[in-house]
Write a protein that binds this ligand. Structure first.
Ligand SMILES: Cc1cc2nc3c(=O)[nH]c(=O)nc-3n(C[C@H](O)[C@H](O)[C@H](O)COP(=O)(O)OP(=O)(O)OC[C@H]3O[C@@H](n4cnc5c(N)ncnc54)[C@H](O)[C@@H]3O)c2cc1C
Length: 349
């Protein structure tokens, strides 16, 4: 009897949750928790709205997941991308259609909409606040990929440019870039390249310079000649793909847990899916129905099991994409019409 009473008073208490990182995983989780009436604080290092290095091409997330998080309507005016053209060093070797449309919306717009939804629902947001990863009850780490010495540089800008498909992929000897439409007629050009300190460029010119160095010379020239959206150029370096370094006892969601290679266009979907998978266990902890240790282990288990296969497949394909011989073989298969593009896609979803 006394035990039941204690359980009841804990449930009424609704323990507060703090989320470090107001990106897609952090804010979507925070919004969903607010819908359950829980007290949520988000600590975000940056400010909104802001451009972020991201392909802004959302593929593989279901309407049900977005609805479960209470954010489906935020995508009402997003592009629905269907057609795809893949170029290698300027030569188009594959055109196809995606089995399901991908969403196109800039991070400038999306993160701001999420912020607005969260604060509009009574959530507490502290911007310009850099949190530290600490294993504490009720503390969720959604602060994205962990800064560490890495081989990659990510570059992006919005430009006015004509494309031949909703998504144009351009692979080269040093990485790859995707072009996809976002709002107001802008095309997001976003690339992931092997860091090369010999490339003689600075600032925004890094984007065309890296494309040029990888063999996409025509695209580089078109981008140099195009109109650029003011303030949209962004760059990031100093990170690694795949599982991120773990801090014992720290609950991580989104890229903070594992970062899938960007060519999949699935990282943002994974951030939303991770939020959905964390939602019930966090609500159960907040309402006093389970311990933090049980909650953390349950969420980590769900994320590992749910994402393991696609992370492994994506890591292998990513390596293949950077290998000139394998890219040439892909090209030949595509030209003879037997590249198994459609069967490959579900492996990274
Ligand atoms: C080059 C490139 C291209 C990509 N293209 C695509 C694509 O086309 N499609 C796709 O689905 N995915 C793409 N991704 C991946 C996608 O951007 C991520 O998977 C997604 O942003 C993960 O969301 P997140 O919320 O986990 O992390 P983030 O969106 O990175 O959010 C983390 C947040 O935490 C904040 N933060 C960081 N440190 C702290 C701290 N100490 N304290 C408080 N706040 C902190 C950051 O400011 C940020 O707001 C791409 C990634 C790269 C690098």
């Amino acid at each position: 009897m006394a035990r039941r009473a204690a359980h009841g008073s804990l449930a009424r208490l609704k323990r507060p949750i703090t989320i470090a990182g107001g990106g897609l995983a952090g804010l979507s989780l925070a919004i969903a928790l607010r819908r359950r009436g829980l007290h949520v604080t988000v600590l975000e290092a940056g400010h909104y709205p802001r451009h972020r290095v991201c392909g802004e091409f959302i593929s593989g997330v279901s309407e049900e997941t977005l609805r479960a998080l209470g954010i489906a309507d935020l995508f009402d005016d997003a592009h629905h991308h269907v057609s795809l053209a893949w170029h290698d060093r300027g030569r188009c070797f594959l055109t196809d259609k995606l089995p399901a449309p991908a969403l196109g919306i800039s991070r400038f717009a999306l993160d701001e909409r999420l912020r607005e939804r969260f604060t509009g629902r009574g959530g507490e947001l502290h911007t310009g606040t850099r949190a530290r990863p600490e294993a504490a009850d009720g503390f969720v780490w959604a602060a994205g990929r962990r800064p560490r010495p890495g081989r990659w540089i990510g570059l992006k800008a919005h430009v006015r440019i004509t494309t031949t498909a909703d998504l144009e992929m351009h692979s080269g000897s040093n990485g790859y870039a995707g072009l996809a439409g976002v709002e107001d007629g802008w095309t997001n050009v976003c690339g992931l390249f092997l860091l090369d300190r010999e490339i003689p460029a600075k600032g925004a010119d890094l984007l065309p310079a890296y494309l040029e160095a990888g063999g996409s010379t025509r695209l580089a020239a078109a981008i140099r000649a195009a109109e650029w959206r003011e303030g949209s150029f962004s760059s990031v370096a100093g990170f690694e793909l795949g599982p991120q370094p773990a801090v014992p006892g720290l609950l991580c969601v989104g890229d903070a847990e594992s970062m899938i290679p960007p060519f999949t266009g699935n990282g943002m979907s994974m951030a939303f899916q991770a939020a959905e998978r964390a939602l019930d266990p966090l609500a159960a902890w907040s309402e006093g129905r389970q311990s933090w240790q049980e909650t953390r282990v349950l969420i980590q288990d769900r994320l590992r099991k749910g994402f393991r296969r696609r992370l492994m497949a994506a890591a292998l394909l990513h390596r293949a994409l950077l290998h000139s011989g394998i890219r040439a073989a892909f090209g030949s298969l595509a030209e003879t019409g037997i590249l198994p593009f459609r069967p490959l896609l579900p492996l990274v979803r």
